[in-house]
Design a protein around this ligand. Structure first.
Ligand SMILES: [Zn+2]
Length: 212
């Protein structure tokens, strides 16, 4: 089977999303860039924890299936928009992690600089206005944000993350959910105290290692 390593990375990402409770039932979808016009995408309507490598679909830049059985994820247009607009993106993860999705459902953004490691590795996380899941409309709603961010809350829906590869996109997904949990707990304790502008500048001038 071609692209064995990329297929294995998607299957492993699906298992991880399932284990973390980020993809209930058949929710969530994952993709990887194979080349300028070729992408592997998870199939529609399948549990992410039980995917096999040969179930993944190879699609072109328009979302047409080039290889594989069945239908690609209904969110394929959103994934392809990210690849079209961002030449640096090699992997895309969409999931419904419960606490971050609660922020998205409440229309509360996670764009304050609260935790240094997240400022460095994820950046600010905008709240993308609601659009019907699985439609081109959702890709259009994302478009104004996609050039400048690597993680997005999708209002009343879930979370989308990008990375140089699937692993980095998955790590960003995990960090967004972690930030949401910390922010929720901090709100119970009087509210998070965002870093000052000077503290953020200091982070980017080498004050803290991203690997901390
Ligand atoms: Zn979704």
């Amino acid at each position: 089977m071609d692209h064995a390593a990329d297929r294995a990375a998607l299957v492993s990402c699906g298992r991880r999303l399932d284990a973390l409770g980020f993809a209930p039932a058949t929710d969530g979808n994952v993709s990887v860039r194979l080349g300028p016009r070729a992408f592997l995408v998870t199939p529609a309507g399948r549990e992410k924890g039980g995917l096999s490598p040969d179930e993944l679909l190879l699609v072109d830049l328009e979302g047409a299936v080039v290889e594989g059985e069945g239908r690609p994820s209904t969110e394929t247009p959103m994934h392809l928009l990210c690849y079209r607009r961002r030449g640096d993106v090699g992997g895309v993860v969409h999931a419904h992690p419960p606490v971050a999705t609660a922020f998205a459902a409440a229309g509360v953004s996670l764009d304050a600089p609260v935790i240094p490691e997240i400022v460095l590795t994820v950046g600010t996380i905008p709240l993308v206005p609601y659009a019907t899941p699985g439609t081109e409309e959702l890709a259009r709603a994302l478009e104004p944000f996609v050039d400048d961010h690597d993680a997005f809350l999708l209002a009343s829906h879930g979370v989308l993350t990008l990375g140089r590869d699937v692993r980095e996109a998955l790590h960003r997904m995990e960090r967004v959910e972690h930030l949401a949990k910390v922010t929720l707990a901090a709100r119970l304790l009087g509210g998070p105290r965002p870093l000052t502008d000077a503290q953020v500048v200091s982070l980017f001038s080498g004050g803290v290692s991203p690997s901390m």
